[in-house]
Each structure stands twice: as C-alpha cells, then as structure tokens.
Design a binder for this molecule. Structure first.
Ligand SMILES: Nc1ncnc2c1ncn2[C@@H]1O[C@H](COP(=O)(O)OP(=O)(O)OP(=O)(O)O)[C@@H](O)[C@H]1O
Ligand SMILES: [Mg+2]
Length: 393
C-alpha cells in the first residue's frame, strides 16, 4: 500500500503546494503546447514527492508517453508505472504512479451499460449502427466522455490525485461546457421532435411510407436506425442528465483546479488568456499557468550579447585566438560567425517571449516557465527533469 500523501496547508505559491492541496488537476491549453508532457511530468513528481496514489489520465494515444513511463501500452484500465522505472531514473518514489488512457468507444459502452434500464436495451444500443458510428465522432462526445471518465475515477476514491491531460479541443472551453451541452442535448426539442413519429400512434399509418422511402434513398434502415437510437437513448435520459450535472459539480469543486499550459508564441498565448477568462467567468479554480518551451534567460544577458556581437562583427580576430587548437582558421572563422549570428537570432525570439510574458493580462498565483529542452521528452527521467525545473519554482 502507498504511504499517506503529504499535504501542506497555507498559501499556494508553487506547483508542489498546489498539487498537494488538490485532488484533480486539469491541464488544458491549445494544441501542441505540451499538455500531455506537463500532465505526465507533474503526476510523476507528485508520486515521487507527495506520495499516495497518483493517476495520470490522458486522452493522447501517443505511444511516446507509454514508452516514457515504462509501460508497453496502457488502455482504459489504469496501469501502474513500475517502481523499477523510477529507480532506473534515479529516484525512490514515496507513492505510486498510475496511468490510464481514454478509450472513447469503450468509455461510451461502459456508460451505456451503466445507464441502460435493462440488458435488452443495452445490447440494442450497443448494436445500433448509428451508435457505433456516433460514439467516435459525436460533436463534444469526446470532451464529455473525458470528463465523465474523470468523474468516475474520482468517485471511486482510489486515487489521492488525478492529473488530467485534456484533448486538443477546437475551442479550449468546449470540454468545460461538455457536461452542460450533454444535459441540454438530452432535454432538447430536436431530440423530442425526432422521437415524435416513433412515439405517435399515427406513425404506422402516416409516416411509414416516408420512412421507407427515406431508407431507400439514404441506405438500408438509416432513419430506422436513427430513430431507434434516439428512442433507446431516451430511456437513459434521466440518468444521463443527472450524471452530466454531477460531472459539472466535480469541475466546480474546490478540490479541482485547472492548469493552463501555453508556449510564449502569440496564438497559444491568446488562447490561454481567453481560456483563463472563461475559467474566471465560470468560477472554476485557476491554479496556475505553465509557460512551456521558454528560451533560456542567458539569451538576454548583456555580456553574452556583446560576445555574440563580437563573433559576428569580427570573427577573424577570435578565430586567430583559437584556430590553432580547433582547426583551419578560415573554417573556424565561419563557424564562429554562424554561432554569434544564431545567438542573436535566438535573442530576438527570447526578447519577444519576455515581452509577451510581461503583457500577460491575467496571471494566476502560480506562474512557471519550463525551459525548452534540447531533446524530446521520451522517458521518465526526462519527465522528472522537466518536472523538477518547475516543481518548487
Ligand atoms: N519543454 C519542452 N522541451 C522540449 N520539448 C518539449 C517540451 N515540452 C514538450 N515537448 C515536446 O513537444 C511535443 C508536444 O508535446 P505534447 O505532446 O506534450 O503537447 P500537447 O499539448 O499534449 O499536444 P496535443 O495538443 O497534440 O495533445 C512532444 O514531442 C514533447 O516531447
Ligand atoms: Mg496531448
């Protein structure tokens, strides 16, 4: 059994304190900014330093992450990251790290199984071609099922901390609104309208020819499938709406917090600010902002700048000083010029990043910058290295 988790009281100024105080941490932000990496890194850090049972729930099917955590593959069922993987990375974890990946289809099936009034209805839904098609593509379905699965895992009480890696949503707030939209959908007029002919007694007489003709045009039993699907789904209406509301309450709970992840490029930053505003408006807890892939501060150092300028302006003089040991003077001169030039180019980007950072209109209590590592993060040691760089900063 994992030793009890270390909790800290008092004001929250670091990610360590934030994660110690919360039960659910949701990493969100625009595409490709490092949500999955950050979520996995912070969950690993929590397992190592805070102890207890920590779960990272990812929606990213990237095999890279499974490999990084020393797991061949992990699916909808939670899998423990072996202790040996931590030992190999040079640490003794206080607690346990578990990982689960969201299997959308499997999660929908589980949900139907839970809410269907009886086995016959359940099987009819699971067999329905429209259901089979829709569960993968349903607008918002993916976001909803991610939140739903989170709710389920949290309710189980098995984990002290769940770190969620959210899907790259078209609109970052989609998944926040997913439970509400799901509840709306089931009480919508559109749904009732679709079901009306099936519930009505005149269906047989009046609309059957229409349905038959539509089927001939749209393919075998298409509308029949649609109507059957909605009718069967309606039998789960109450359970679904109640459940969507409960999922919503978990997001609003003070034990839940959101971490916005962004790089310092203009588009992700705009999206991060928009998202932060949405969180504030919805009165959801904004725990922190993780600025990822930030260029190192030495790029703005005055002495370093002077040195780079000298390499650019007078590479010959520097080349004469070192050439004997390094190689041919002309080649060394070219390389030095290139190095100086490249430094100054990076500096332009670093300056822009610093400006963007200063302009951030809304900053939560915890703001951390993760350096841009020169290699991809491909193993647990890499995740922990990334985590260490921001854990107590
Ligand atoms: N600080 C960093 N330094 C270097 N590479 C990084 C850093 N953070 C993330 N990466 C790399 O950037 C890539 C994208 O990261 P990641 O998959 O975590 O982003 P994401 O936000 O989850 O993307 P998506 O929106 O597609 O799910 C990965 O290859 C990852 O290894
Ligand atoms: Mg991801």
């Amino acid at each position: 059994m994992a030793p009890p988790r270390r909790r800290e009281a008092g004001p929250v100024a670091t990610l360590e304190q934030l994660l110690a105080a919360k039960e659910i941490v949701v990493a969100c932000g625009s595409g490709g900014v490092g949500k999955t990496t950050t979520a996995a890194a912070l969950a690993s850090m929590a397992a190592v330093h805070l102890g207890g049972k920590v779960l990272v729930l990812t929606v990213d099917p990237a095999q890279r992450l499974a490999t990084a955590m020393g797991l061949e593959r992990f699916g909808n069922v939670e899998t423990r990251v072996p202790r040996e993987a931590f030992v190999a990375a040079g640490v003794e974890p206080r607690g346990e790290l578990w990982a689960a990946q969201l299997d959308t289809k499997q999660s929908w099936d589980d949900l139907v199984a839970r809410h269907a009034p009886d086995a016959r209805t359940r099987d009819a839904i699971l067999r329905n071609p429209l259901y089979q098609n829709i569960t993968g593509r349903f607008v918002g379905g993916h976001d909803y099922i991610a939140m739903e699965r989170l709710y389920d895992l949290h309710q189980s009480g098995v984990y002290d901390l769940i770190v969620v890696d959210t899907p790259p949503t078209r609109n970052a707030i989609d998944f926040l609104e997913a439970p509400e939209r799901m509840a709306d959908f089931f009480s919508s007029r559109l749904l009732r309208w679709l079901l009306a002919p099936y519930r009505s007694r005149i269906y047989n007489v009046a609309s059957k020819p229409f349905y038959q003709m539509a089927d001939r045009i749209l393919g075998s039993a298409f509308l029949q499938d649609v109507a059957e699907f909605f009718m069967l789904f309606q039998s789960m209406y109450k359970g679904f709406v109640e459940r969507a509301r409960a999922v919503e309450r978990v997001l609003e709970d003070r034990r839940t917090t959101f971490l916005v992840v962004s790089t310092l490029e203009s588009a992700p930053v705009r999206e991060a600010e928009f998202f932060i505003e949405a969180l504030v408006q919805k009165r959801l807890h904004l725990g922190g902002l993780v600025l990822n892939k930030v260029l190192p501060g030495y790029l703005l150092n005055a002495d370093a700048t002077q040195a780079a300028a000298r390499l650019c302006n007078d590479p010959a003089a520097v080349a004469r000083l070192v050439a004997g040991d390094v190689g041919d003077t002309a080649q060394v001169e070219r390389v030095l010029h290139e190095v100086g030039n490249s430094f100054l180019n990076f500096q332009v980007v670093a300056k822009r990043e610093a400006e963007t950072r200063a302009e951030l209109s809304m900053a939560p209590d915890v703001v951390v910058a993760v350096p841009y590592f020169d290699t991809d993060i491909y193993d647990l040691a890499g995740l922990l290295r990334l985590g260490e760089s921001v854990w107590t900063a």
